[in-house]
Design a protein around this ligand. Sequence first.
Ligand code: 5RP
Ligand code: FE2
Length: 224
Amino acid sequence: MAKHLKALIGPSILNSDLSRLYEESQKLLDNGADYLHLDVMDGHFVPNLTFGHPVVKSLRNKIKDAFFETHMMVANPEQWISPMADAGVNQYTFHIEPVDDVERICRKVKESGMKVGLAIKPGTPVSDVEKYIEMSDMVLIMTVEPGFGGQKFMEDQMIKVRHLREHYPLLNIEVDGGVGPATIGCCANAGANMIVSGTAVIGAQDQAATIKQLRDTVQQAMSQ
Ligand SMILES: O=C(CO)[C@H](O)[C@H](O)COP(=O)(O)O
Ligand SMILES: [Fe+2]
């Protein structure tokens, strides 16, 4: 694996106390998070609702310099590009499944000044996202069905991560869903370098130690 890819840990605040979104987010950053993974759900693409751009903008007003990734689990990702850019989002990661013209969305996200992340659900073949890789900054391989935190990690998704890492040594590959100390080894060995972890980090006795453990495991796999 390429040596200059970075191992980055982006905790998800989905299962935290959302009435304390700022405090929880700042605590994660103080404990060593490299970026924040903000799960946006619209009740259509997934059977759950979280928050949208007004909440992200409020968080940005309090946290000026952290890297914000929004994981857009929404039926119409085009609709939220401009509001999310205005809210100070750095990377707009959207699911390709409901989108007719993925390239157009990629272009619009870039034009609005954000990085592009392309996400696929567990049932979506990796070949569906491969054709757009040149237009993206990152690919997210979901390791649970999107919609809820705290689900069981799907190890069978590692075949997709492995395939992408073999063919695209410099690609940022993110995994999301059920990732924590018990499952990070699988992700790291398969070649993921951007790690989303929700429940495992939020519920950890020692958040800083858990974040460090996740990063160390990825760095170790990258150096082999
Ligand atoms: O996108 C998501 C769910 O759709 C979340 O980012 C993910 O589930 C993280 O939480 P956990 O680590 O608890 O699974
Ligand atoms: Fe997510």
